[in-house]
Structures are given as structure tokens and as C-alpha cells.
Design a protein around this ligand. Sequence first.
Ligand SMILES: *[C@@H]1O[C@H](CO)[C@@H](O)[C@H](O)[C@H]1NC(C)=O
Ligand SMILES: *[C@@H]1O[C@H](CO)[C@@H](O)[C@H](O)[C@H]1NC(C)=O
Ligand SMILES: *[C@@H]1O[C@H](CO)[C@@H](O)[C@H](O)[C@H]1NC(C)=O
Ligand SMILES: *[C@@H]1O[C@H](CO)[C@@H](O)[C@H](O)[C@H]1NC(C)=O
Length: 390
Amino acid sequence: MPSPSYHAVQPDMLDERSDWLRKQQRGSTRTKRIIYIGVAFLLAAIIAIAVGVTVSNNNKHKTSLSSTAGTVHSDPNDPSKFDKDPRLHRSFYGFAYTPLGAQMPSCGATQANVTEDIQLLSQLTPRIRIYGADCNQTALVLQAIQDTKVDMQVYLGIFVDDTDTVYTRQRDAVKKAIQDYGTDHIAGVTVGNEFMLNAVGDNGDATGAAGIKAATYLDNKIADFRSTLKSMNLAKTIPVGVADAGSYFNLQLLSAVDYGMANIHPWFALTTINDAAGWTYDFFQNTNVAQAANAPNHPDLYIAETGWPTKSSDAAHASNGAATASVANLQTFLDTFVCQSNANGTKYFFFEFFDEAWKDAQFGGVEGWWGIFDGNKKLKNVTIPNCVLS
Ligand SMILES: *[C@@H]1O[C@H](CO)[C@@H](O)[C@H](O)[C@H]1NC(C)=O
Ligand SMILES: *[C@@H]1O[C@H](CO)[C@@H](O)[C@H](O)[C@H]1NC(C)=O
Ligand SMILES: *[C@@H]1O[C@H](CO)[C@@H](O)[C@H](O)[C@H]1NC(C)=O
Ligand SMILES: *[C@@H]1O[C@H](CO)[C@@H](O)[C@H](O)[C@H]1NC(C)=O
């Protein structure tokens, strides 16, 4: 199907991005591992001190909310009691979320951190999506929702690469988490993230031979996960979907899923900030929604990621064609996309919750700077749109 492909616009930049995507899923180097271990020891010491202080404070003032290591004031004995930030509004259809320390092999994600993330996210949206199931992130997120008692649905993720063991260990982690936490807060399970993009390549055609081969591979994993759900009597309870770059779906793949999630980034389409919201909407409609209409099963379609970076770590990547990274431009995108999309029924996951230092360290440029919050969970200098979803 001839359709505008933002990946065809400027292959260099997209090389870089898909490079990032490929590397994102690979392990860290040994050096990185050593750094992580060092940081982990340091953090353990900091957390030990913080917990000590918090516990002693809490013993003194049993009823007051204590300040923990992070930014949310919360009762350390009951995470459902936490101060709401008046600057935040539950205006977003959804948010894309990757917990800190969710990459193999370093991992390191903690319950305290994920719980605080969920306290913040619940003030922005009723739903989130995650990308994989390594490093215990599925259980950490579901435990956090249970402990905070927030109204939150999550699209779990199973990251798929070309090795079966990577899929299998995550399938089993998701299965265990469903057994432990039930299905109340699970909106779906997304099998695969940008597998098609990685398999077909930047200028590849997802409807060609390589795309069919990649879709067949994914279809097998999707079928396997469906049979896992069936063995748990949950086949009709939990939708199974797939996420990929907006230009990388084909009819075979869409026909195999209950939902498709498409990454649609005006930044990578080199748009001006003023054109960004409209471009995103048009791309989604003309490419993904149109393609899904030809699938006999009529899968639900979502924008899996859209957002705007607030800076670049080097001057060379601060602009991408007509797109320029800045907090002011993130504000413009928030102001032109969020409430308008809610009003016209576009279902999207805003990218993303917070800045990810590991992406900056590994890839530089704008990759680490897409958060609404910075890496310390401080809200950036933006005004959150106020059009709270009912
Ligand atoms: C979360 O992790 C960060 C950085 O690793 C750490 O500084 C912070 O104390 C942690 N927060 C909580 C609530 O554990
Ligand atoms: C995973 O997280 C859950 C929830 O915090 C916890 O109960 C469980 O022990 C964790 N599992 C591992 C292997 O760390
Ligand atoms: C839906 O909202 C987007 C902005 O997010 C806008 O560009 C688009 O024109 C709107 N579509 C309709 C049909 O109102
Ligand atoms: C925050 O953004 C506003 C514009 O929206 C600007 O006037 C103000 O100077 C910014 N504050 C900081 C601390 O950057």
C-alpha cells in the first residue's frame, strides 16, 4: 500500500534511531556493568539511609506523610496515601513507561521506585504501556498498582528478538505475574516492539518478502502467547497485540492481533513543531487506521509512542530538519495534541514518563530527553493540559 513513510524521509536519522532500538535491547558492555554495580552499591547505601530516616520519622509522626528518597510525599507504610501534585492532571489517554533498571543484564529496578512512578503516572493517566517483562518489571508494576490502589490499566509487554529464550523467559514472567496479581489491571499484552522495523531495516518494505517473514516469526510468538492464555482460561479476557514503528505493519501481522500499536514521531518526520500534532494524526489515519480497516479481524489501533524531546546532549542533534528539541516545543506539542486527540477519539501513549539516563549514556543526541519529568522525577517546565478524561 503506497503510504507516506516517515522512515523514508531521512534515512540517516532513522538509521540512528533504529540503531538505538536495536541496541536498546542488547546487553550492556562489561564496563557499563561495572559502573552499574558501583552505582547499585551507592544506591543501596543511600536507600538504607533514607529508609532509616523515613522509618524513624514515621515512628515520631505516625499520621503524617513522610518524604522518601524520591519526589512524592507518601506514607511509607501505605503507598495508597500520597500527596497529589496540583500541577498534574489525568488528561492523557495513556503513557509509555519504562521503569529504571529494566534492561538486561544490569536490571536493578526496585519496588520503591516503580511504586513512586505509579503514584506520579496515576495523576496523569488511567493507563500505561510497558515494553518488556525482563527484570521483574511486570510484577513490580502490578504490585505498585495494587499497593497504591490507583485506577490504572497496564498493557504489559513481551519484547521479541530473534532468539526464542528471550521470548520464553518473558512469557513465563508474564504468566507468573498474571497468576500472582490477577487480570483486573491488565488491559492487554503486547508481544513484540519494533521487531518488524529491526527485521526489515530502515528503508525496507514491511509488505515485501522480509516483512512477511518477520510477521510470520511474530505470528508464531503471538500464537504461542494466545495458547498460554488459553491454558489459563484467559483467551477471551486478555487482548494480545503488537507494537511497531508506524510504517512497519502489514496485513498478515494486523490479522493476527487484537490490537496494533504504532510509534508515530513527528520529530523523526522532521516536521516543524506547529505541524507536529496534525502530522501525527494524519499519519496515523492514513497509514495505520487505513491498513487495519483491510484486516478481517478489525484490530484496535493505538499510537504507541508520540512526544517531543526537550534537548540534545550535543549541538549537532538539537534539530532534525525543521524539528527542534526544546521544553517550549514539548509544551506546544502538549497544547496541540493531547486534548485535541482526546476530543477526536485518537488513542495514544505519550512518550514518555521520564528522561532515561541510560539511553543518553548509550546513544546521546535527543534519545535520553523525552520525559515529561526529568531523570529525578521533577516535572519539567511545562504546564500539563487540563482536560481530565471522564
Ligand atoms: C529510585 O532510584 C533513584 C536512582 O536510582 C534513587 O536515587 C532513588 O532514591 C530511588 N527512589 C526510591 C523511592 O527508591
Ligand atoms: C518481583 O517483584 C515482586 C513484587 O515486588 C516481588 O514480590 C518478587 O519477590 C520479585 N521477584 C524477584 C525475583 O525479585
Ligand atoms: C484530531 O486531533 C488532532 C490533534 O491531535 C488534529 O490534528 C486533527 O485534525 C483532529 N482530527 C479531527 C477529525 O478533528
Ligand atoms: C518556564 O517556562 C516559561 C514559559 O512557559 C518561562 O517564562 C520561564 O522562564 C521558564 N522557567 C524556567 C525556570 O526556565
